[in-house]
Design a protein around this ligand. Structure first.
Ligand code: PEP
Length: 244
């Protein structure tokens, strides 16, 4: 049985005071239970704050990006080992905002996932098609190409990743994939993972997940939880999603 996982992606949001209020609500109100877990991926400067607030709780934390390189002359980058020092369990790689704004390629994303695994972090590998790609009928080809790069780079370590299917047209737009649209793609991904000897990799859905739609999405047989952007900044919404 795959454990359900809900991960908050704060993106480039937050501040020391508002983070403290949000983390306080999460730590006081989240009840750990078998079969489900919760994590937040915060901006780099707040990793120490997340570590201090969450270390004694069942809530995990992580970062939103990592360098594929070992420490050295890479100004502005952050190495996987540095995230480990801050107690991170997870790191997002290949979020569509990084692919689109920073030009990260499938190969870059796969290299970041490999660097994270080498440091014993769990990469949450994000893949998904744009609206133009969906409208052109290329959803399957796009997500399979993105997944293939990771499968080829990781070999047997593939089993240790978390995959997030995030249709780009659903991120931050308020336009969520229907549960059956999500399930259709998750089923394709599940079959591809099974062919690569990694049938138990969890596949999260991301894209305008809210308290109002989470239960229906998470009820799908191949949806193992959610990657939640905007709604993860609101304690009521995020807790309601996690409980769904
Ligand atoms: C995300 O940033 O990964 C995301 C899914 O954002 P949102 O929930 O705001 O669509």
């Amino acid at each position: 049985m795959r454990e359900k996982l809900v991960v908050g992606n704060w993106k480039m949001n937050g501040g020391l005071a508002s983070n403290a209020r949000l983390l306080d609500r999460l730590t006081s109100e989240w009840q750990p239970s078998e079969g489900r877990s919760l994590a937040v991926c915060v901006p780099f400067p707040y990793l120490g704050q997340a570590q201090a607030a969450l270390a004694a709780t069942s809530i995990a934390w992580g970062a939103q990006n990592v360098s594929a390189n070992a420490p050295g002359a890479f100004t502005g980058d952050v190495a996987a080992g540095m995230l480990v020092e801050f107690g991170c369990r997870y790191v997002l790689v290949g979020h569509s905002e990084r692919r689109q704004i920073h030009g990260e390629s499938d190969r870059d994303v796969a290299a970041k996932a490999a660097a994270a695994l080498d440091a014993r972090l769990t990469p949450i590998v994000c893949i998904g098609e744009t609206l133009a790609e969906r409208d052109a009928g290329s959803t399957e080809a796009v997500v399979m190409r993105q997944l293939r790069a990771v499968v080829d780079a990781l070999g047997p370590k593939l089993q240790k990743i978390v995959l997030a299917y995030e249709p780009v047209w659903a991120i931050g737009t308020g336009r969520t994939a229907t549960p059956s649209q999500a399930q259709d793609v998750h089923a394709l991904l599940r079959a591809a993972l099974a062919r690569a000897d990694a049938p138990d990799v969890r596949i999260l859905y991301g894209g305008s997940v809210k308290a109002a739609n989470a239960a229906a999405l998470f009820a799908m047989s191949d949806v193992d939880g959610g990657l939640v952007g905007g709604a993860s900044l609101d304690a009521n919404e995020f807790l309601a999603i996690a409980r769904a």
